[in-house]
Write a protein that binds this ligand. Structure first.
Ligand SMILES: [Zn+2]
Length: 226
């Protein structure tokens, strides 16, 4: 089954969810009433700690510019958990709106967006890729294409309990480029929900660069402490 078909199904599912949740005027976190089409209330917004400056992820003399919209704590942590494990696409919309702001305030330039892939097995279990969902919202907003150009070939072990070095080693070789055509000489924005050690996004970025991308910047909804 081609990825295109799965993408269409996910898109259709998003549309159905969008219709179901249309008019739900409660904060996605605390259930307070919110105005119009807001997904989060002013009180919960205040809990989100904005991350204003970019940083670099570096390994073996290769580095990438990285941006995170906020720190992974409190409300933002809840939003990410809700998007990732409870199919809360309204939470995803909130995260994406912070990511939009990060792109604008840091003048991040890109030709195309892509996202950290999941293995076929994980994708089937969850039914959607949270990074892809965020990338699609951003793509729509900035009128840039979202390309599926990476695959995750091996299931990496659970990262919890591993040292920083073990996490990096664990990731190498697990991501492969599956579409060179769409990345050749392009500035790519790689999207993910959270960055921890940076091993995952580094390996994806490295693969993209190795396969002809001009530049890769990374954007995540949140930044977690190692
Ligand atoms: Zn709230």
């Amino acid at each position: 089954m081609g990825h295109g078909f799965t993408e269409k199904l996910v898109f259709l599912w998003d549309c159905i969810l969008g219709l179901i949740y249309c008019g739900d005027e409660k904060c996605v976190i605390c259930k307070r009433d919110v105005y119009d089409d807001e997904n989060i209330c002013e009180v919960c917004k205040k809990d989100i700690k904005i991350c204003r400056t970019g940083f670099k992820i570096e390994k073996n003399n290769c580095q990438f510019d990285c941006y995170s919209s906020s720190y992974y704590s409190g409300v933002m942590m809840e939003l990410i958990i809700k998007l990732k494990y409870k199919s809360s696409f309204r939470s995803g919309d909130v995260i994406a709106s912070y990511m939009k702001d990060t792109i604008c305030s840091n003048n991040i330039f890109f030709d195309v967006l892509t996202y950290v892939p999941m293995t076929e097995k994980s994708f089937k279990n969850r039914g959607y890729n949270q990074g892809e969902y965020l990338a699609k919202i951003l793509g729509k907003y900035f009128k840039k294409p979202v390309v599926h150009c990476l695959t995750k070939t091996t299931d990496t072990m659970d990262q919890i309990g591993l040292s920083r070095e073990e996490r990096w080693n664990n990731m190498y070789g697990s991501f492969k480029v599956c579409d060179v055509h769409h990345i050749k000489n392009k500035s790519i924005l790689l999207v993910d929900d959270v960055i921890t050690t940076g091993a995952t996004v580094f390996c994806c970025s490295f693969e993209l660069l190795k396969n002809g991308a001009k530049k890769v910047n990374v954007l995540t909804g949140a930044k977690s402490k190692v």
